[in-house]
Write a protein that binds this ligand. Structure first.
Ligand SMILES: Nc1ncnc2c1ncn2[C@@H]1O[C@H](COP(=O)(O)OP(=O)(O)OP(=O)(O)O)[C@@H](O)[C@H]1O
Ligand SMILES: [Mg+2]
Length: 232
């Protein structure tokens, strides 16, 4: 018998900072191909949960599984190799970019380190396709991070994540610096790209209307745990 395993599950996750309890028994399911919303006020623990998912922090208790296999638990270090399937666009868009190098250099390093292209011409095609996907001009890659706008940096950060063909893309307020119509375009585009590979999105936002519009499954914080809700 084949047992269906939802793609990513969190089970009873707990996390404190210096005695301050932030997550107290958080559980969730992120199925394949879904756009799942995570909504809650500032300081409630949304980014903390996202950081557990992509291995920036370890849970104090509980575990996270990917495709039915443990990815991390309080006693098991994060499995970095499998964890590459979970990519996150950070709330601060410049944080994933090296301030001292042109954007193109950062992309080339990533592509070469992870062997995403066989040769220089494949690398160029890959970069052109990515830039087109996120609606940016190739010329922008010649800039340093400080020379691009917040919205452009968000799109560059999304493009870097897409290189990995992630199974889960976490968008932590990742389009908040874009104007409303660009935000809608970028989100629609990212959803289309992720849907092609049956990948999922975890959309973290303070904006309940945005979450309601884009997500069938929504988690809200309730007393340091998560509750699944329907759209309002
Ligand atoms: N590394 C850390 N050290 C100490 N406290 C932390 C750390 N990271 C987060 N916190 C605290 O944990 C709480 C939750 O923070 P988190 O960043 O997860 O909130 P958030 O829901 O993402 O908020 P926002 O919507 O403002 O981004 C906050 O009180 C924050 O100060
Ligand atoms: Mg946050």
């Amino acid at each position: 018998m084949v047992v269906f395993e939802p793609m990513i599950t969190g089970h009873d996750l707990k996390k404190s900072f210096g005695g301050k309890l932030v997550l107290s028994g958080v559980s969730f399911v992120i199925p394949d191909g879904e756009t799942v919303g995570l909504y809650g006020p500032s300081g409630i623990g949304k980014s903390t949960l996202a950081k557990l998912l992509c291995g920036v922090m370890r849970p104090d208790e509980g575990c996270i599984s990917l495709d039915g296999e443990l990815l991390v638990s309080s006693s098991l270090p994060y499995d970095r190799k499998r964890g590459l399937a979970i990519q996150m666009v950070y709330q601060q868009p410049y944080s994933s970019l090296d301030p001292s190098q042109k954007l193109i250099q950062g992309f080339r390093e990533l592509i070469r380190y992870h062997h995403f292209a066989q040769d220089r011409s494949e690398e160029e095609r890959l970069l052109q396709g990515l830039m087109q996907d996120v609606g940016l001009d190739m010329g922008i890659l010649q800039h340093l991070p400080r020379q691009i706008s917040g919205g452009e940096a968000q799109r560059v950060a999304i493009a870097r994540c897409l290189l990995f063909h992630p199974k889960l893309l976490i968008l932590d307020e990742a389009t908040s610096m874009l104007d409303v119509s660009t935000q809608a375009n970028v989100l629609a585009l990212v959803r289309g790209l992720m849907a092609k590979s049956k990948g999922s999105i975890l959309l973290i936002s303070h904006d309940r209307a945005l979450v309601d519009t884009l997500c069938n499954q929504i988690y809200v914080f309730d007393n340091k745990t998560l509750k699944e809700t329907k759209t309002t």
